[in-house]
Ligand binder design. Structure first.
Ligand SMILES: *[C@@H]1O[C@H](CO)[C@@H](O)[C@H](O)[C@H]1NC(C)=O
Ligand SMILES: *[C@@H]1O[C@H](CO)[C@@H](O)[C@H](O)[C@H]1NC(C)=O
Ligand SMILES: *[C@@H]1O[C@H](CO)[C@@H](O)[C@H](O)[C@H]1NC(C)=O
Ligand SMILES: *[C@@H]1O[C@H](CO)[C@@H](O)[C@H](O)[C@H]1NC(C)=O
Length: 557
């Protein structure tokens, strides 16, 4: 599945080792490269990008949050929440307009009427107030570096301001504020300025290309130029390219590959975005299994195929309203998380910021997608954090053991995984899960370590009853599990007549009323019905090759 010609892979590795040797005397710069679809360190071990977006591209060009909390405290929260990386946004004007980049933080905030934010910076980050905007950005990057947080610099817009609209002048090469020559210069300047900053590992060329001018021809012309400019200035950096239509669409790459002079150095990564609002009506009105299946197929078509072509794919924006009241988001997020887990994607959650100094004319605007609360002092919603954090850990890729592929039962709604507890199952953190053997489209679900003996297998016992591990009649109707809905996430048995299955004839894995145990219940809204929510019954069978953590073997009845 994720193979590539050994010759190409060997070539990349050689280049990486030579480069690493060459730089051995320098400070410990983190140099990342690609090895087929993985991002790897100089030793060839996978580094999974588990990032969160942090903006510096709005009108004041001051990194958000500096008026709310000390930068070191923010960096500390990034780490304690489990992220290893920041996608840090900036406007190209910061790198091309010296009358902008030489403004101080104080001057820029006051020019935008943000005296209160300036006061907040004075209290929380006094050293920043009289730094230039460029030096302020550098200081943020350094503060992240002190906590070993990797940084990907993302050119989000040309002209500072909220992104994005079809006709905001920042959408595509040739738009009012998007002169390709200025942009290439800006990328080169930015790459040069940060070339020696150890924790800057990648440069995202441009966020969300879009609008009436967009076309693949110009995409190749200018993205290749931008990539060359970045690589020439900082050959260490990953070069990250996004697609058309708000970075929803990289499908044109199926027909024509990118041509860059540095292909052999294995630095090229693609990025894609995925939100609920591009299919808002479908998520709100149609059956969630059917919409999820369609959206997942669409993800393959627009970007997922690049993995099999041997490129890392960075899901550099996804996220939703963390307050829980948004129907489309509640259905979309576990679906997107299942896809991200299935492919073990590199990703960046949108977003870190709990609030903005100034967004779309509103001072102090709340960010309901933000992992931090409005004051940037604590997580916005502890309950939903595990949904995001579950995706942080690599489950495949080089450097994490050589285990034969096994199946993990991932429950995206909680971010937990099903694991044996005596002869029943419970939801546990996915780092403490079990290795299962499963063969689609229908088979037993067997704990792999017990599989040699063919035992024990998971059985349904009836409506509302705990699913149990047992040796009884493995392979009969009640222990033959199939994926019963289009989403592929209803794990179900046919229930024979006489067993109380609630009438539907099928029982699906579900979470018990205690929120922890795994039971079986009548399968919820498998298809058709758009008014009910099946997400609680969604278990994604994810393939892992990571050496399973040792935990006490389950006592089997
Ligand atoms: C450069 O930045 C300054 C300060 O924000 C602004 O007034 C000016 O219009 C910018 N110049 C260009 C060419 O965008
Ligand atoms: C946190 O998320 C849960 C689940 O979506 C929701 O029920 C709860 O109201 C949210 N809490 C806050 C404080 O937003
Ligand atoms: C699994 O992760 C949790 C935190 O999510 C941690 O408390 C626990 O120690 C980890 N277990 C193992 C076996 O690493
Ligand atoms: C759709 O699901 C809702 C909520 O579970 C239920 O009340 C309704 O009867 C279902 N409609 C159909 C046509 O099955």
């Amino acid at each position: 599945m994720m193979t590539r010609t050994p010759r190409r892979a060997a070539l990349c590795l050689l280049v990486v080792l030579v480069a690493a040797g060459h730089r051995a005397t320098r400070a410990a710069a983190v140099t990342l490269s690609t090895s087929s679809r993985w991002v790897v360190d100089p030793a060839g071990r996978r580094v999974k990008l588990a990032c969160v977006n942090w903006p510096s591209h709005l009108e004041p060009v001051v990194t958000e949050g500096l008026g709310r909390q000390p930068v070191g405290a923010i960096a500390g929260m990034v780490v304690s929440l489990g992220f290893n990386c920041i996608r840090l946004t900036y406007p190209i004007a910061l790198a091309t307009n010296t009358s902008l980049s030489s403004l101080t933080v104080r001057q820029s905030l006051l020019a935008h009427g943000l005296a209160e934010t300036a006061g907040g910076v004075e209290v929380n980050n006094p050293g920043f107030l009289d730094l230039t905007l460029m030096d302020s950005l550098k200081a943020v990057v350094n503060a992240l570096g002190e906590k070993d947080v990797l940084v990907i610099l993302d050119n989000h817009v040309s002209k500072p301001g909220w992104c994005c609209g079809n006709d905001d002048g920042n959408g595509f090469f040739g738009d009012r504020d998007f002169d390709p020559d200025v942009w290439v210069d800006g990328l080169g300047n930015m790459a040069t300025i940060f070339a020696d900053v150890p924790n800057v590992v990648g440069m995202s060329l441009r966020n969300e290309l879009r609008g009436p001018r967009q076309n693949p021809e110009d995409w190749y012309t200018y993205m290749q130029r931008g990539a060359e400019a970045v690589h020439a200035a900082n050959p260490r950096a990953l070069v990250i390219m996004g697609g058309l239509s708000y970075d929803y669409d990289l499908s044109f790459l199926a027909a024509r590959q990118v041509g860059v002079s540095f292909a052999a150095e294995c630095k090229l990564v693609f990025e894609v975005h995925w939100y609920s609002f591009s299919d808002a009506r479908a998520w709100e009105t149609e059956n969630a299994n059917e919409v999820c299946a369609r959206a997942a197929r669409d993800f393959e078509r627009r970007a997922g195929f690049l993995l099999a072509r041997g490129f890392p794919l960075f899901l550099s924006e996804f996220g939703g309203d963390l307050r829980g009241g948004d129907l489309k988001g509640n259905r979309y997020f576990p679906c997107a998380a299942a896809v991200a887990a299935e492919h073990d994607l590199d990703w960046a959650y949108w977003a870190l910021q709990g609030s903005y100094a100034l967004r779309q004319g509103v001072a102090g605007m709340d960010e309901v997608y933000g992992v931090l609360d409005w004051s940037w002092s604590k997580p916005r919603n502890e309950t939903v954090l595990p949904r995001i954090q579950a995706l942080q850990r690599p489950i495949q890729g080089p450097g994490y053991g050589e285990a034969l592929p096994y199946t993990v039962l991932f429950h995206p709604l909680t971010g937990l995984c099903a694991a044996a507890a005596a002869n029943t199952l419970e939801l546990r953190p996915c780092n403490e899960t079990d290795a299962w053997a499963y063969a689609p489209p229908a088979s037993t679900l067997v704990l792999r370590d017990a599989a040699a003996a063919g035992l024990p297998c998971l059985r349904a016992e009836g409506r509302g009853l705990l699913a149990r591990l047992g040796a009884k009649a493995c392979g009969d109707a009640l222990s033959t599990w199939r994926l019963a809905s289009d989403s592929g996430m209803h794990v179900a048995v046919e229930s024979p007549p006489g067993l109380d299955s609630g009438g539907g004839g099928m029982l699906c894995l579900d979470v018990g009323a205690d929120g922890r145990s795994i039971v079986t219940n009548p399968c919820a809204c498998l298809r058709g019905n758009g008014t009910c929510d099946p997400e609680r019954q969604w278990f994604k069978l994810v393939t892992s090759t990571r050496r399973a953590a040792r935990r006490p073997p389950a006592t089997l009845a």
